[in-house]
Design a protein around this ligand. Sequence first.
Ligand SMILES: Nc1ncnc2c1ncn2[C@@H]1O[C@H](COP(=O)(O)OP(=O)(O)O)[C@@H](O)[C@H]1O
Ligand SMILES: CC(C)(COP(=O)(O)O)[C@@H](O)C(=O)NCCC(=O)O
Ligand SMILES: [K+]
Length: 249
Amino acid sequence: MILELDCGNSFIKWRVLQSDGLTAVEGGVVGSDGDLLASLGCAEKFQLKKCRLVSVRTQAETDSLVASLVSVFGVSVVRAVPAREMAGVRNGYEDYERLGLDRWLALLGGFHLASGACLVLDFGTAITADFVGADGGHLGGFICPGMPLMRNQLRTHTRRIRYDDTAAERAHESLAPGRTTVEAVERGCMLMLRGFVLTQLELAREYWGKDFVVFLTGGDADLVSGVVPGARVVPDLVFVGLAMACPLS
Ligand SMILES: Nc1ncnc2c1ncn2[C@@H]1O[C@H](COP(=O)(O)OP(=O)(O)O)[C@@H](O)[C@H]1O
Ligand SMILES: CC(C)(COP(=O)(O)O)[C@@H](O)C(=O)NCCC(=O)O
Ligand SMILES: [K+]
């Protein structure tokens, strides 16, 4: 079977495909290399032969994970690498190697699925927006802090903002002005998130009118799906691009 990995700054997303490369068998989200190895179990469980991965972690971290995968499962590993152009999409960065590889794969996947102009919004540790025109030209994008970073910055840099995760979850029942600290912070950050999304949509409309597809991906995509009714929520968009960038012959 085939192992696919998307190593983000906070979590590793994994899934196992049948050898046909089409049918997903199992998948998950884990917080560390150790948890990943535990989820994959012993070498007999999935009988992994090949692995393809994308990572936005450091070279050393990624090398170490690859070494573990090779030693435990004996898989051959292919890593996504930067490209100036692929599958009809032209990387818009001045220095194409600097564009985050998860962004590059998500926009390759988005352009492929849209067969036209698209706006790809990824809600992970950071939030990213990327614009691809109907001709496959990537116009560039935006990066801002994601929900976990926004709330943790407030918790870390103030003295009186303290609350736990359960309270945070409860605060999201409404977007009314907060009457407690947790409500005020959680709803404030949520409005920043939504405001960011609406601004991206405005920009996309300026470029392309109504003729574009919006993709939402990343672990926190559900937080904003209500703001963009026509958007396509595609949690595995990075994996769509990964299959394109790393075909397994
Ligand atoms: N099963 C899950 N495990 C962990 N985080 C999750 C899960 N489902 C949704 N999330 C949300 O996803 C966010 C992380 O998104 P993700 O795209 O994995 O980030 P990154 O790629 O930067 O590691 C977390 O802030 C969390 O709120
Ligand atoms: C922007 C990112 C931090 C997003 O990472 P994530 O939130 O998915 O973990 C990552 O794509 C990255 O490190 N990019 C390199 C900088 C750039 O894209 O300009
Ligand atoms: K990501």
